[in-house]
Design a protein around this ligand. Structure first.
Ligand code: PDD
Length: 277
């Protein structure tokens, strides 16, 4: 059983237990982070910790650890993983209290972290690309908070799988925002579009890496959500996340994206991404 951390103690994952009154369980009153590591080194650790701090502040949970303490937990778990690559999942809830919507007084946050195995690449993902379906974005208006309240995302992902697709891309007011657990890039008439970082998307760390690479490669780029029509007419579509890196999407709602093959800009960005690891 893989190593984990709960409220100050390191122990095997199957020995970690939290109360049924934990507000993470009762209300989804919690935030999380997922930090990939390559060759035993956390990728973009500073950015992940900054986003965790921001999520905690936005939902008004005092950060229970300093950056140094977080780093120590993450590095200790990484050192105990039997593979060189993987990820660390961190979750902080508002703690255990009698069920009441109002914040409890003087309750310590529940701090949990566990290791995750590096996900196997979906068959054909690099050669053929992935397929997606579009769905209405039914989430709340604070999608910038990395909250564990992911019911809408869970329902969308399930809808994608039941439609024989890999991911669902959310559309709000005709704009392409992001996937159920990924950010989305659309290349339309040679220009790369991705939604700006506001309250309607999660500010993905992988998204930021890809934006840096787009700038380094001097690709035409606007930080603006593509329209649904631009998605349907796209030259290329990509998704990004900490567990999927940057993958090409070659089918949207059963229709091929351009010629149905991963495109030339994706190949450039993907190759550049591999050098970052
Ligand atoms: N999901 N958008 C949403 C809604 C996400 O849940 C995620 C990440 C991303 C990509 O963010 P990043 O590049 O920082 O991983 C965008 C993680 C991987 C998850 O929930 O498992």
């Amino acid at each position: 059983m893989s190593a984990a951390y709960l409220n100050g103690e390191y122990k095997p994952l199957d020995e970690c237990q939290v109360s049924v009154l934990d507000r993470g369980f009762i209300f989804g009153d919690a935030v999380y982070e997922l930090i990939p590591f390559y060759i035993k080194k956390a990728f973009r650790l500073e950015a992940h910790l900054a986003r965790l701090k921001r999520s905690l502040a936005e939902i008004r949970i005092n950060n229970p650890q300093t950056d140094e303490q977080w780093q120590a937990i993450i590095e200790r778990l990484i050192s105990q993983h039997d593979e060189a690559n993987g990820y660390v999942y961190i979750q902080v809830s508002r703690g255990v209290a009698r069920r009441d919507h109002a914040f409890p007084k003087d309750t310590a946050a529940t701090v949990f972290a566990m290791l995750g195995a590096w996900p196997a690449l979906i068959d054909g993902a690099l050669d053929k690309g992935l397929s997606v379906v579009t769905v209405d974005d039914i989430r709340w208006n604070r999608c910038d908070v990395k909250s564990t309240s992911l019911l809408a995302n869970v329902l969308m992902k399930q809808k994608a799988l039941e439609s024989d697709a890999h991911e669902a891309i959310m559309i709000r007011e005709g704009k392409v925002l992001e996937g159920s657990a990924t950010n989305t890039f659309v290349v339309h008439q040679g220009t790369v579009f991705t939604a700006a970082k506001d309250n309607l998307i999660l500010p993905g760390i992988t998204r930021d890496v890809v934006v840096e690479l787009i700038n380094t490669l001097a690709l035409p780029f606007v930080e603006q959500a593509a329209s649904l029509q631009q998605l349907q007419e796209a030259d290329e579509v990509w998704l990004t996340s900490s567990t999927k890196e940057c993958l090409a999407i070659t089918e949207v709602d059963g229709q091929p994206v351009a010629n149905g093959q991963p495109g030339p800009l994706w190949h450039q960005v993907y190759a550049a991404f591999q050098l970052q690891k």
